[in-house]
Design a protein around this ligand. Structure first.
Ligand code: SAM
Ligand code: DTB
Ligand code: SF4
Length: 324
């Protein structure tokens, strides 16, 4: 679909009740509005990343105290997959603090992790930084369901946040992922001091990927002491809801994931996000380096009458979207 920024602004700026009504209609037309995908994150390699993303606890450029470790063992990840499955998740998302896979042996370990996770009946997603077309192909052959590579913010704002790679580099990796037939998980962060126009620019870039990403994580900045964005002005919560609703309207078939930042959100705000079309969350008590609600989510979902996506439903969804 070819949409201009003006088209997107016209949706984003709608009177709030009108925006929500439209998002709800689109959500119902394409999804069961009571069903939420549950994804478990696993930080398979932590810290000392050569990139300088201003929001990130894992960049070697910032002075943040986190647990640092090299690539995990296959068995550790396999155990994490079993636990994730037992807790009701249908997808394991594995993140590595890399600029991209460099070491052949480590890359082969990641391929084996992907095979093990799929072997447990879970969807497998990885985020490893920039890929070559060959690496994307190998990940596809290992059975990878999705690759996460966020555009993070508008093309104009990008260079204010990251200096060690460009927005175009991101698009190049996304092209390799698509060419290998892997489904795409691509979204961004809000609350990094960007303007509303930047948020509209990010949504425009996402919907212009053609086809848009099958999964769209919307992260609210988790401000991390020691990073350049530690003191960023908190985002008006209504802006977050507008982003989610606009993403839902623009990308009807996609999963819109209410991603990082839920720990600091009220139940009411999260409820509004689900009403506005969010239908995926990260479960568990940790994201990569920061806390996540964990057990509390069962109560939240139950109080709203929502339920986790089943394995069977995940398989049907993959078939519907032509995913692995
Ligand atoms: N190194 C890989 C990369 O950047 O593609 C993968 C890991 S990176 C942590 C994945 C995404 O997490 C980032 O693109 C960003 O959207 C999100 N993220 C990282 N730190 C965050 C924070 N403090 N608050 C919100 N989102 C964050
Ligand atoms: C995404 O968009 N959000 C996840 C996942 N993809 C890899 C990461 C969130 C990280 C939040 C900050 C932290 O825990 O370090
Ligand atoms: Fe590295 Fe990814 Fe963090 Fe950027 S967001 S510093 S690439 S781990």
């Amino acid at each position: 679909m070819s949409l201009t920024r003006d088209d997107i602004r016209a949706i984003y700026d709608l009177p709030f009740p009108e925006l929500i009504r439209r998002a709800m209609e689109v959500h119902r037309a394409h999804h069961d509005p009571l069903q939420v995908q549950l994804c478990q994150l696993e930080n398979i390699k932590s810290g000392r990343c050569p990139e300088d993303c201003a929001y990130c606890a894992q960049s070697a450029h910032h002075d943040v105290e986190i647990e640092e470790y090299g690539l995990e063992q296959v068995e550790e990840v396999h155990d994490a997959a079993r636990r994730a499955r037992e807790s009701g998740a249908t997808r394991l998302c594995m993140g590595a603090a890399w600029r991209g896979p460099r070491n052949r042996k480590e890359f082969e370990t990641v391929l084996e992790m992907v095979r093990r996770v799929r072997g447990e009946g879970l969807e497998a997603c990885v985020t490893l930084g920039m890929l070559t077309s060959e690496q994307a192909q190998e990940l596809a052959e290992a059975g990878l369901t999705a690759y996460n590579h966020n555009l993070d913010t508008s093309p104009e704002h990008y260079a204010k946040i990251i200096h060690t790679h460009t927005f175009e580099d991101r698009l190049e990796t996304i092209g390799h992922v698509r060419a290998a037939g892997i489904s795409l998980c691509c979204g961004g962060i809000v609350g990094m001091g960007e303007t509303r126009e930047d948020r509209i620019g990010l949504l425009h870039a996402l919907v212009s990927l053609d086809p848009p990403p099958e999964s769209v994580p919307i992260n609210r900045l988790v401000p991390i002491p020691g990073t350049p964005l530690a003191d960023a002005e908190p985002l008006d919560p209504i802006e977050l809801v507008r982003c989610i609703a606009t993403a839902r309207i623009l990308m009807p078939l996609s999963r819109v994931r209410l991603s990082a930042g839920r720990q600091g959100m009220t139940r009411e705000l999260q409820a509004l996000c689900f009403v506005a079309g969010a239908n995926s969350i990260f479960t568990g008590d940790r994201l990569l380096t920061t806390p996540n609600p964990g057990e509390g989510d069962q109560g939240l979902l139950a109080s709203l009458g929502l339920r986790g996506e089943t394995e069977q439903e995940a398989a049907e969804e993959r078939a519907r979207l032509g995913m692995r």
